[in-house]
Structure formats: structure tokens, C-alpha cells
Ligand binder design. Structure first.
Ligand code: ATP
Ligand code: MG
Length: 261
């Protein structure tokens, strides 16, 4: 059967199509990563249509669709909605069957999920969705203030020796702090290194509350920021597993679970 998973996040929307048999052997036929924008309903439809085109299938050939992510209730054409925690856990387990701890850093929230070794189901999780600090949005705001592309943060992190500590944890105050540091002539590279470590610290405190157990996987758009993944690895003392496309794990899990409905 053909199934589709759609993950509507605050920043990005993903659709992924699977060809899956009765024994749950599967093949990824296509996937798409799109911007969510201001209309999550349209984003879901457009992203689904692009994934269909890539897979050379039409709508009627898809047997089951599961939606996940914060905008999942807006996907009227989905058979079922399933929470992000369940879908991410399922998607990551398909890619890395031995992973126990998942760190997902998205646009508006960050979460740590603990997987049961035997059942491969989530047994614990912690989510920060109350504050932008420690999320992709925080990095986007800071990149804008610094007038440096977020895509360059990884390289800057590697090539910069010293950091400047950012003491404000609130996004708005951190932005003022950065403006003031720039005004005092502090190199932007040192500020970026400090910002990356401040996010890594927040994530690590979440990981320690859930309990660090390797292997650890990093997912979400922020996993594409090698500065963040390097800082987390350095502070945790553990090598992170990062999927070939870190934004599609929720959609992959949703598509896999769709075969049950
Ligand atoms: N190429 C890239 N380089 C660096 N950072 C990136 C890149 N692409 C995405 N990001 C980061 O990823 C974030 C978006 O992550 P993601 O797509 O996982 O969010 P989301 O699933 O829409 O959000 P949420 O799950 O919180 O609703 C952006 O805010 C940005 O910080
Ligand atoms: Mg997400």
C-alpha cells in the first residue's frame, strides 16, 4: 500500500510517501520540505501535491494519510492525527533502531524524547514550547540582528576560538544584549559562538532532566546547524546520530503509522 505522512510545523511542512507491504517492509518513494508560511492548510495541501508529483502517484492511489505537528488538525484530508512525540519516535526508530534519546529542535519548540529499548515506543519526554530561547526561532532572530545568514553559523562556530557569554535567556533581552555588544565593537563571530553555547546549555539541561542515555539522535531543522550539533556533542561527550534529512523524521513516522489505519 502507499501511505503519506504530513508534518505541519511552525516553520516547515514536510510530506513523505511510503510504499509499505503487509510485513511492514517499506521504501521511501518521495519527500518534500516546504515553508509553512501563514496558512498551514494550504502548506499541507501544496506539500502533499509536490510529494505526489515526485512519487509519480495521484491522490486516489494513497491508501492512508496521517498528519502530525502543531498544524495537524488543519489537514482535513488526513485519516488520523497523531502527536509529534509518537511520530518522531517512530521515524527515528526506523532510521536508527538502537537510538534511546531523541533531541528535536524545531522552529518554536525543542523536545527530548526517551525511547523504550524493547517496545521502541516513547516512555518519557520533555518539551519546551513556552519560550523561544532554545529553539530555531531564537537563532533566526539573532541571525537577523547580526545580519549573518543562519546557514553560516556552523562554519563560524568551528573557525572561532573564543566566545562572548550571552547572559540574557529571554529572546527579546538577548537581542538587545547583542545590539549592545555590536555597539561596543565585539566581533560578531564571538557573539555567534556564545549564542550557540547558550542554546546547547538549554538543550543539555533538558536532556539531563530526562536522563542521558546513548545512542542519541538529533532531529529538526536546527540539526542542519552544525554549530549547534558540535556544541551539543562537545558538552554531552556523546557523538550524535543525525538523519540524512533531519526535518523529515516526523513525516516518516506518520507515514509508517498510517499503514495501521
Ligand atoms: N539549512 C539550515 N541551516 C541552519 N539552520 C536551519 C537550516 N534549515 C532550518 N534551520 C533551522 O531550523 C528551524 C526550523 O526547524 P523545523 O523545520 O524542524 O521546525 P518546525 O518543525 O517547523 O517547528 P516546530 O516543530 O517547532 O513546530 C529554523 O528556525 C532554523 O533555525
Ligand atoms: Mg517540528
Amino acid at each position: 500500500m502507499y501511505t503519506c505522512g504530513i508534518d505541519i510545523g511552525s516553520v516547515s511542512t514536510e510530506a513523505l510517501i511510503l510504499d509499505i507491504d503487509d510485513k511492514k517492509n517499506y521504501k521511501i518513494l518521495s519527500y518534500t520540505v516546504n515553508k509553512t508560511g501563514s496558512d498551514s492548510k494550504t502548506a499541507a495541501e501544496d506539500t502533499f501535491n509536490i510529494a505526489l508529483q515526485k512519487a509519480k502517484l495521484n491522490k486516489n492511489e494513497i491508501n492512508s494519510i496521517v498528519a502530525t505537528g502543531y498544524g495537524r488538525v488543519n489537514v482535513a484530508f488526513a485519516k488520523k492525527n497523531i502527536t509529534e512525540i509518537t511520530c518522531h519516535a517512530s521515524g527515528v526508530t526506523l532510521l536508527f533502531p538502537d537510538v534511546i534519546t531523541i533531541i528535536d529542535i524545531g522552529g518554536q519548540d525543542s523536545k527530548v524524547i526517551k525511547i523504550d529499548k524493547v517496545s521502541k515506543k516513547p516512555i518519557d519526554f520533555l518539551m519546551n514550547d513556552k519560550c523561544a530561547a532554545g529553539t530555531g526561532r531564537f537563532l533566526e532572530v539573532m541571525a537577523k540582528t547580526l545580519e549573518i545568514d543562519l546557514e553560516n553559523f556552523g562554519e563560524i562556530f568551528l573557525n572561532t576560538k573564543n566566545k562572548v557569554d550571552i547572559t540574557s535567556t529571554c529572546t527579546v533581552f538577548a537581542e538587545s544584549e547583542i545590539v549592545s555588544l555590536i555597539g561596543h565593537g565585539v566581533a560578531k563571530e564571538k557573539i555567534i559562538k556564545g549564542l550557540i553555547y547558550s542554546i546547547a546549555d538549554r538543550i543539555i539541561s533538558m536532556v539531563s532532566r530526562v536522563g542521558l542515555e546513548a545512542p542519541v539522535c538529533l532531529t529538526g531543522g536546527v540539526a542542519k546547524n552544525s554549530g549547534i550539533s558540535n556544541a551539543i556533542e562537545e558538552k554531552l561527550g556523546v557523538k550524535l546520530k543525525i538523519p540524512f534529512e533531519p526535518q523529515i523524521t516526523g513525516a516518516l513516522g506518520a507515514a509508517y503509522l498510517a499503514s495501521n489505519y
